[in-house]
Design a protein around this ligand. Structure first.
Ligand code: CO
Length: 134
């Protein structure tokens, strides 16, 4: 059901510092930072050729990554995003197999303007999984 790895997301306490690290130290191509208030994050993307790295910095008081950064103050891998062809079909199949979909279970518009859903990490070997319809 899942297709390509779309991106690996890393939560960081300081986006500008993380962008400089990837751009200047690792020599990567780093996008502009983009604030996404409805998701409580500021993001940028690093193109690696075969996938992307998404750097996430908390935005606002109720950022969904604030708790993660409290537990991981230096930052850390936050989620993996896999592509799916039909997010509703994928969701319904996963729910029928007992997987928990986070939030109200309805797809939200993600950082690429496409529908996304998150699956409970406890159901997937401790890793938060994002599904993105491509
Ligand atoms: Co993501």
């Amino acid at each position: 059901m899942i297709g390509k790895l779309n991106h690996v997301a890393i939560a960081v306490p300081n986006l500008a510092a993380a962008m400089a690290l990837y751009r200047d130290t690792l020599g990567a191509t780093v996008s502009e930072a983009e604030a996404i208030p409805e998701h409580g994050v500021t993001v940028c993307f690093i193109e690696t050729g075969n996938t992307k790295i998404e750097l996430l910095e908390p935005l606002g008081e109720a950022s969904p990554i604030a708790g993660f950064l409290e537990r991981n103050p230096a930052g850390g891998i936050h989620h993996l995003c896999f592509e799916v062809e039909d997010i509703i079909e994928a969701r319904d199949r996963l729910k029928s197999e007992g997987a928990r979909v986070l939030g109200d279970g309805e797809p939200k518009t993600g950082a690429h303007g496409k529908p996304v859903l998150f699956l409970h990490p406890k159901d997937f070997t401790g890793a938060l999984i994002e599904l993105e319809q491509v």
